[in-house]
Design a protein around this ligand. Structure first.
Ligand SMILES: Nc1ncnc2c1ncn2[C@@H]1O[C@H](COP(=O)(O)OP(=O)(O)O)[C@@H](O)[C@H]1O
Ligand SMILES: [Mg+2]
Length: 258
């Protein structure tokens, strides 16, 4: 079966004036299966966000290829079929919930009626009914992240790229949103690439976990997560869960030189 997304020997370095370029992604090769939930974990600064931005077409790789359903999409700017949810609540402060969710549809050239209808659908899906006309500053962190999520879903991407979306939230909100994300993922039929620095979150959500090396980012290890779905909080205290957490922790610790 063709992979949903194939990353083939991707490389990216950033120029640094007179110094040699900063090598951030090196020889990065990975196959992402159709409809899988893949967590990506790695030390801070290792190149995870850069990797997502490469996949989304926001920046261009120096070398390597990106294939989606076997089609070459390397260098296709705009991320057709790919939707991004960022860590911080990067909402437009001057737009309401509805305005933010409609944004991607406007860019895509959707008509007004279609925009309205789709925005309403996804606003309901993320549980923000009644907050359509609220501005970001009137919403809690968790609610703002729901808006970001609805905005990404509204363009109906086949692949959802999520960059530490719950990183700035309190633990309770985070737990709730994790379960909601899993619900939405199971009904909306998406392939998800979820970057996190929480080992527990990576395991709880994913089918597989990719552990990334310190910069320059390469695939250090791919781990299959052995737990059934639907997932439930209680798996977090199972011995298998704790063992897996320890294993990933050791991998991350090995790579980090303090
Ligand atoms: N546009 C850029 N120009 C120069 N350096 C960058 C740029 N984007 C990221 N970097 C550098 O690349 C490294 C990896 O960054 P990033 O991908 O954000 O890591 P992570 O998301 O894993 O924390 C960091 O050292 C960062 O400073
Ligand atoms: Mg990052």
């Amino acid at each position: 079966m063709t992979a949903k997304l194939e990353l083939k020997r991707l490389a990216k370095a950033f120029p640094r004036g007179s110094e040699p370029p900063l090598e951030v992604v090196r020889d990065f090769t990975l196959e992402i299966r159709n409809l899988e939930f893949l967590s990506v974990i790695g030390p801070s600064g290792c190149g995870k966000s850069t990797l997502l931005r490469l996949i989304d077409g926001l920046i261009l790789a120096d070398s390597g290829r990106i294939l989606m359903d076997g089609r070459d999409v390397t260098g296709v700017v705009g991320g057709e079929g790919r939707g991004m949810v960022f860590q911080s609540f990067d909402l437009f402060p001057w737009r309401t919930t509805r305005g933010n969710v409609e944004f991607g549809l406007e860019v895509a050239g959707a008509g007004k009626a279609e925009r309205r209808e789709r925005a309403e659908h996804y606003i309901r899906l993320v549980g923000l009914e009644g907050f359509e006309d609220a501005y970001p500053h009137e919403l809690s962190g968790g609610m703002q992240q729901r808006v970001g999520f609805a905005r990404a879903l509204a363009i109906r991407p086949e692949i959802l790229l999520m960059d530490e979306p719950f990183g700035a939230l309190d633990v309770q909100t985070r737990d709730i949103l994790q379960d909601e994300l899993l619900n939405i993922w199971s009904t909306e039929q998406k392939t998800v690439l979820f970057v996190t620095h929480s080992i527990e979150e990576a395991i709880y959500l994913a089918d597989r976990i990719v552990v990334i090396s310190p910069r320059p980012a390469r695939v250090e290890r791919i781990i299959e997560v052995p737990f059934d779905r639907p997932r439930h909080e209680r798996i977090k205290s199972l011995p298998e869960f704790l063992q897996l957490r320890q294993e990933i922790w050791s991998l991350l610790k090995e790579g980090v030189k303090i």
